[in-house]
Design a protein around this ligand. Structure first.
Ligand SMILES: Nc1ncnc2c1ncn2[C@@H]1O[C@H](COP(=O)(O)OP(=O)(O)OP(=O)(O)O)[C@@H](O)[C@H]1O
Ligand SMILES: [Mg+2]
Length: 389
C-alpha cells in the first residue's frame, strides 16, 4: 500500500474549477476534511443546498482527478449540501459506485418526499422499532444487534439500520465491511450478515473518514439510509426494521421520532441513577411524538460471579425496572455484563447469532418475544406529528 502525497492530491484538486468562483477547488475553500491514507484519498465537498445539482459533476470530476494521483486506488468525495434536509440531489456520494439518491424538491421526487414533513417509512417494511437511550455508551448498539438477531431466531425477517452517522458501529459488530450495491432504481441493496439485512453509513463511507455532518446533513443522510434502501419486496417484505439510534436527543433522533412511523421505542439503560435521568429525557422525546414505549431494558445489570454464578450488581441493580414502572412502560428484562457478549460484538459475530443457547442470548430472545407480543396487530400506525412548545 502506498500513501499518496498530500500536496499532489491538493494540486490535482486545485486543477478543477469551482463553477461559482472560477477558482480551483482548494482555493475556493471547497475541500473540507481531506483524508489521505494508504491507497486512498477523500474529502467533503460542502455546498449550498441550492447548488447541489450544479456541483454533482464537480464531485465526479474531483473523484476522477484523485484517482490519477499516484497511490490513490480508492477516491471518495462526499457531496454534502448545507440547508434543509432532503433537498440536494446526490447529497451523499460515497465509496465507489454507491450514490444515495436524493429526491425531495427535485422534479422527479415522489410527491410524498416533497412535503417537508412527509413520513419517511420505506416501502415493504412492516414495522420499525427504535432502540434508544439518551445517554451514550450504555450498550444500545450491542442490544440493538443482539435483539435483531433474536428476532431472526424467532423467525422474523429482520433488518438493522445504524442511524449513527457520526460513529457507526454496526459494520464492526456484524463483521462486515462489504460495500452495498445499487439496483436499477439507484436504491442501495442492504448488506446481509448473520441473517440480517443491514445498512450503515459505515458500509458506505470508509472507516476513519471524517464524519463532520452538520445537523440537517446528518438527518438527510439518515433519511436516505432508511428510504433509499431495498429492505424488502412486495413478495418478501421485511417484518421488522430495528434502528440503532445515536446517543442523545438531537436532530437525528427528533427527525426519526417525528417522521418515521415507529411501531415503538425500546429504551436501553444501565442501572445507575445518572443513566435513569437520561432515560426519562429520552422517553419524553418519544412521548412528544406519541411513539409508544415498548419497554425498558436494563443493560449491564449485573456480573455473574465466575465461581458461584451469583449476580454481582456492579452498577447497582433494579433501577431501570423502577423507572419503567414509574413511566408506565413494560420492563423487558436484564442483560448481564458478559465478556462473551462483548467479545462476540468485537469479533463481528453477535452472540445471539452464533450461540443462541448462551444464557445471555436466551435473555435477548426472551426480550424479543416480549416485544413481538406487544407489536402484534400494530402494523398500520400512521406517522405521528410533533409540536414544539
Ligand atoms: N451487556 C454487556 N456486557 C459486556 N459488555 C457490554 C455490554 N453491553 C455493552 N457492552 C460493551 O460496552 C461498550 C459500549 O457498548 P455499545 O457500543 O453497544 O454502546 P452504545 O450505547 O451503542 O454506545 P454509543 O452511545 O457510543 O452508540 C462496547 O464495548 C460493548 O461491547
Ligand atoms: Mg451505538
Amino acid at each position: 500500500m502506498i500513501t499518496p502525497d498530500r500536496n499532489a492530491v491538493l494540486a490535482a484538486l486545485e486543477a478543477i474549477l469551482d463553477p461559482r468562483s472560477q477558482r480551483g477547488l482548494v482555493s475556493a475553500g471547497l475541500v473540507q476534511g481531506l483524508t489521505v491514507g494508504p491507497d486512498r484519498a477523500g474529502f467533503m465537498l460542502e455546498v449550498a443546498a441550492a447548488d447541489a445539482q450544479l456541483y454533482a459533476p464537480v464531485r465526479e470530476a474531483a473523484e476522477r482527478a484523485l484517482i490519477t494521483v499516484p497511490g490513490v486506488r480508492k477516491a471518495q468525495v462526499v457531496l454534502t449540501a448545507e440547508g434543509e434536509p432532503s433537498v440536494a440531489p446526490g447529497a451523499v456520494r460515497v465509496r465507489r459506485g454507491a450514490q444515495l439518491s436524493q429526491a425531495a424538491q427535485s422534479d422527479t421526487a415522489p410527491p410524498a418526499a416533497r412535503a417537508a414533513n412527509a413520513p419517511l417509512n420505506p416501502a415493504h417494511v412492516k414495522q420499525i422499532i427504535a432502540v434508544s437511550s439518551a445517554k451514550g455508551g450504555v450498550g444500545k448498539s450491542t442490544v440493538a444487534v443482539n435483539l435483531a438477531c433474536a428476532f431472526v431466531q424467532l423467525g422474523y425477517r429482520t433488518g438493522i439500520l445504524d442511524a449513527d452517522v457520526y460513529g457507526p458501529s454496526i459494520p464492526r459488530m456484524l463483521g462486515s465491511d462489504a460495500e452495498p450495491a445499487t439496483n436499477s432504481d439507484k436504491k442501495l441493496i442492504p448488506i446481509e450478515a448473520h441473517g440480517l439485512k443491514a445498512m450503515s453509513i459505515g458500509f458506505i463511507v470508509d472507516e476513519g473518514a471524517p464524519m463532520i455532518w452538520r445537523g440537517p446533513m446528518a438527518s438527510s443522510a439518515v433519511n436516505q439510509l432508511i428510504n433509499d434502501v431495498t429492505w424488502g419486496t412486495a413478495q418478501t417484505p421485511l417484518d421488522l426494521l430495528i434502528i440503532d439510534m445515536p446517543p442523545g436527543t438531537g436532530d437525528i433522533q427528533l427527525t426519526l421520532a417525528q417522521r418515521v412511523a415507529l411501531a415503538g421505542a425500546v429504551i436501553v439503560s444501565t442501572p445507575q441513577e445518572i443513566a435513569l435521568i437520561d432515560v426519562r429525557r429520552g422517553v419524553a422525546m418519544f412521548e412528544k411524538t406519541a411513539t409508544p414505549i415498548l419497554g425498558v431494558i436494563e443493560n449491564m445489570a449485573y456480573f455473574a460471579d465466575p465461581t458461584t454464578g451469583a449476580p454481582i450488581p456492579i452498577f447497582g441493580r433494579g433501577g431501570a425496572k423502577a423507572t419503567a414502572e414509574a413511566i408506565g412502560a413494560p420492563f423487558l428484562g436484564e442483560a448481564p455484563i458478559d465478556m462473551a457478549l462483548r467479545q462476540a460484538c468485537d469479533d463481528g459475530a453477535p452472540l445471539v447469532a452464533v450461540q443462541p443457547d448462551h444464557p445471555a442470548s436466551q435473555r435477548f430472545i426472551a426480550m424479543a418475544a416480549l416485544i413481538a407480543q406487544s407489536l402484534k396487530g400494530d402494523d398500520a400506525r400512521p406517522a405521528p406529528s410533533i409540536s414544539f412548545d
